[in-house]
Design a protein around this ligand. Structure first.
Ligand SMILES: Nc1ncnc2c1ncn2[C@@H]1O[C@H](COP(=O)(O)OP(=O)(O)OP(=O)(O)O)[C@@H](O)[C@H]1O
Length: 871
């Protein structure tokens, strides 16, 4: 909102205008007294989002909109604004209004945007809140992710596809992009992401390196192992720039940065992550794998599990270590139960300690931190005494933070409130000065009673009274009858009709102590609390370490719990190139079957020598996709360290999982769906390795049947002939593909068995060797309630097509069939007999015809027709 004639504008609005000018992209919350006010367009937005009253006032001759809320409601309203996608600049009063005669100094103290939110009401406990920056380098792209609320800082660089996958994995809340690449970004990664565009100069290598070194107080970035990631560093520099831009200066909890070690994790591109519905799904109400397997108890455990799911391991040893712990916990359910019980008492350590760094921790949260650290002690003990090496090491590495717990216990009262201003924060006995002040303020009456008693005894005056008033302050009142007993040391203050009022040295001292004692208490409590929080900053590192270890233990406990609940088995992991799973189940579908239905297990083997590609045919809805997906999910779960839904599984390490689903399942992204399907498939064919697992679900169905069959055939042939020989499952309706096994030795046919009853199909859901003879599509159409006429017609065309055996003749066959059908279906009006019948029908007078006559007429017509047909 700009004011036209500055001379008419009030000094307050002048100040507002100059601040707003600096934050044109943000909604400015302007503190005026006890309120945060918004003006102009900001007010319109705030009123709409917050559902608060919009008024208007005169500002330099113009009407301007105005909406505000009390300052203590900031925590209620701020999250709503940020969740609505607003960048919110909080402008506070920088000095005490009482101390100045001119206008109060104001300035923006914080800029809250979706990516830098710290507020518990904005954050989700089991999800990270990442701020991200993407830098477009000459050949590669750099990316950086930072969660200010936990201190995690990561960077990477790679091609467009890799960055795309990382964006999918980390789901950042806000992405910083160089202004000049605005279009490139939306072309590459879509328009739905929440972006903010920064000036070009920020994305410079020197600036980034300097900024990072200055932040970490290092001379080089070598120690973090990121020094060779030039593009990643530039992106990280932009992230730090943005933090200072948004007034985040206390960042001690961001203690290091690490590289996302791409080579350590199973590669899954964004299509695969989406198709497998690992942690999000496009379908409404769909249940994801994470929903089913997440048995974590702590927020940091929940966040880590998500990460593990997005980044399964490729290192045999590391995977086996996780399996060892899961097995141990599974075999010791009592230990698991106890560990989980204690983890349940641990709050979000990562976010609590981040609040220590930023100085935003509340007294109550300090107690939460202490209680959480207390709960770690029995976990430490249990882990250290377990007969499992990895658990022992984990237990040993848990830091007891003894001094920290002790200091919090001593200094913070058990019932400390959320708001330090409320008082009663500092524990009794921690500060002598504070205790004295509290004594005076809260036990003043006792003290005065004590004084009266003492003075009565010393002077022999029986009717002494202590009181106070606004003019004279505290006094001792003596009735005139006892005036002569007053000691010389008392000073007379006021004379009344029947009494005199005095002040003593002690009372004077008491008075000066009590006056303002409460104010002093508050001040002192704040000061002591502030000191404690600064002192606690030394514990950022050990608490972060503890949080990591507890998160890990929580995830492994979650795996054990899930394995126990759902009867999973420990998978064998080796560096072989084969994959053998017995009696596998789909972890999500098996949990969603209607009551009474049992999931039908399936066994499957893939290797490089004999059975590299399995062609799975079977009717729609028979369970082909389920087999494909459960195979991928089992590999993925095994390599993230979990047990798997199967009787046994021997998994030769997989380095990449690709899944592709035929276009008709894939609602378009603006391009032709078939084009999308082909694009996606092309990227697989260009990236396969000998450890890849490729799952193709009805690839080719997005085009005409014969194009589809040809493409599917050519893709299978390519995968078969490729020197990498990737393990492949291909689900298809095209039973024609079953011919391939004749020519290609490592392609094997399987089908998902069904039993054909008279006029319906019974799904047995068992994968059995051999191809299918036909596609059952018509059966399924029938089951779906398609009109009888359409079904009959489709069956006829199918029979003719099958009889022709020549693909290239298919069009002709269908045309011919259609013509035949037409001749049968409709009257050929050139036929003289039909002409006769027509005449006859037209000549009938329906009104005079009795029912019997009508029947007889019908019979006659029928006889004529039958006769003519027999000729
Ligand atoms: N092994 C199984 N045991 C029990 N129910 C199953 C099994 N496999 C699949 N189902 C059920 O059948 C439904 C269809 O399975 P799926 O999507 O795998 O079939 P499909 O053959 O791939 O079908 P389409 O060809 O139409 O895509 C699943 O949603 C599930 O409810």
């Amino acid at each position: 909102m700009a004011a036209k004639k500055s001379q008419k504008v009030t000094p307050l609005m002048k100040q507002y205008n100059s601040i707003k000018l600096k934050y044109p992209d943000a909604l400015l919350l302007f503190r005026v007294g006890d309120f945060y006010e918004t003006f102009g367009e900001d007010a319109v937005k705030a009123a709409r989002i917050l559902n608060i009253v919009l008024t208007n006032r005169n500002n330099g001759g113009e009407r301007t909109e105005l909406a505000g809320f009390p300052h203590h409601s900031l925590n209620t309203y701020l999250p709503k604004l940020v969740k609505a996608g607003q960048r919110v600049a909080i402008c506070d009063q920088l000095e005490d209004p009482k101390m100045t005669k001119t206008i109060v100094k104001r300035g923006v103290t914080e800029l809250v945007t979706p990516g830098v939110a710290m507020n518990d009401d904005i954050l989700q406990s089991k999800s990270n809140n990442f701020l991200c920056a993407v830098h477009f380098g000459k050949n590669l792209l750099g990316v950086s992710f930072l969660d200010v609320s936990t201190g995690e800082f990561l960077c990477a660089q790679g091609n467009r596809e890799y960055i795309d996958k990382l964006l999918q994995n980390f789901s950042p809340s806000e992405i910083l992009v160089q202004k000049k690449y605005k279009k490139d970004f939306s072309d590459s990664f879509g328009k739905e992401l929440h972006c903010f565009y920064l000036e070009d100069w920020i994305f410079k290598p020197d600036y980034a390196e300097e900024t990072l070194n200055a932040h970490f107080e290092t001379k080089s970035l070598k120690g973090f192992g990121i020094d060779h990631l030039e593009e990643g560093i530039i992106a990280s520099g932009a992230v730090l720039y943005y933090l200072s831009e948004t007034r985040h200066h206390r960042l001690q909890h961001i203690a290091s940065i690490s590289r996302i070690a791409e080579e350590e994790y199973v590669w899954m591109d964004r299509f695969t992550i989406r198709n497998l519905e690992l942690y999000h799904s496009n379908a409404v109400n769909a249940v994801t794998l994470l929903d089913v397997i997440d048995k974590t108890i702590s927020p940091m455990g929940g966040r880590l599990l998500k990460r593990w799911l997005a980044l399964p391991l490729k290192n045999e040893d590391a995977i086996r270590k996780r399996h060892d712990v899961v097995e141990h916990l599974m075999n010791h359910p009592e230990l698991l139960r106890e560990i989980q019980e204690h983890i349940g008492e641990i709050s979000d350590l990562e976010r609590l300690i981040s609040k220590v760094a930023t100085g935003k921790i509340s007294p109550r949260e300090v107690n939460q931190l202490k209680n959480s650290l207390n709960a770690i002690m029995p976990v430490k003990e249990l882990a250290m005494n377990a007969e499992n090496e990895a658990l022992k090491v984990l237990g040993e590495n848990l830091n007891p933070c003894e001094l920290l717990r002790k200091k919090i216990s001593e200094s913070i009262s058990e019932e400390a409130p959320v708001n330090v201003q409320k008082g009663n924060v500092i524990a009794k006995g921690f500060s002598k000065e504070l205790d004295e002040l509290r004594n005076i303020a809260f036990s003043g009456k006792d003290y005065l009673d004590e004084m009266i008693k003492r003075e009565t005894e010393a002077t022999g005056i029986s009717s002494l009274k202590i009181g106070n008033n606004n003019v004279y302050g505290y006094y001792i009142e003596v009735r005139n009858t006892h005036k002569d007993k007053v000691p010389d040391t008392w000073n007379r203050k006021q004379t009344l009709v029947n009494a005199e009022r005095y002040i003593t040295e002690e009372l004077k001292e008491y008075e000066s102590k009590i006056l303002g004692a409460e104010e002093k208490i508050l001040q002192l409590e704040q000061e002591l609390f502030g000191k404690l929080v600064s002192w606690m900053a030394d514990y950022i590192d050990p608490v972060q370490q503890n949080a990591k270890l507890i998160a890990r233990l929580d995830c492994l406990g979650s795996f054990a719990q899930q394995a126990q609940n759902e009867n999973y088995c420990r998978p064998g992991i080796s560096d072989s190139l084969s994959l053998e799973i017995e009696e596998a189940r789909h972890p999500v579908i098996e949990k969603q079957l209607p009551p009474g239905e049992i999931y039908v297990t399936n066994s499957l083997k893939l290797d490089r020598e004999e059975q590299q590609i399995i062609m799975i045919t079977g009717p729609n809805m028979s369970g082909k996709s389920a087999i494909l997906r459960q195979t991928a999910l089992i590999v993925l779960m095994a390599q993230m360290g979990s047990f798997v839904p199967a009787k046994s599984a021997e998994i030769g390490l997989v380095d990449k999982i690709f899944t592709r689903v035929g276009a008709s399942d894939n609602i378009s992204m603006g391009e032709s769906t078939f084009m999308v399907e082909m694009n996606e498939t092309a990227s697989i064919l260009n990236n396969i390795s000998k450890r890849s697992l490729v799952l193709l679900d009805e690839i080719g169905r997005g085009t005409s049947t014969y194009d589809g069959i040809s493409i599917a055939w050519a893709i299978s042939e390519f995968l078969h002939e490729h020197p990498a020989r990737p393990k492949t499952l291909f689900a298809t309706h095209y039973h024609e593909l079953n011919e391939m096994c004749e020519t290609f030795e490592r392609i094997k046919n399987f089908n998902v068995s069904v039993r054909e009853l008279k006029d319906k199909v019974l799904f047995l859901r068992k994968l059995v060797p051999g191809g299918s003879e036909h596609s059952f599509g018509i059966h399924v159409a029938k089951m779906a309630g398609m009109p009888q006429m359409v079904i009959q017609r489709a069956n006829k065309i199918l029979k003719k097509l099958e009889a022709s055996h020549h693909m290239e003749d298919s069009g002709k066959v269908m045309k011919q069939s259609a013509e035949d059908e037409l001749q049968l279906s409709f009257f050929n009006l050139d036929d003289p007999l039909l002409q006769d019948i027509k005449e006859e029908l037209i000549g009938i007078d329906i009104d005079t015809l009795t029912p019997v006559e009508a029947l007889m007429k019908l019979n006659e017509i029928k006889r004529k027709l039958v006769k003519s047909k027999q000729k």
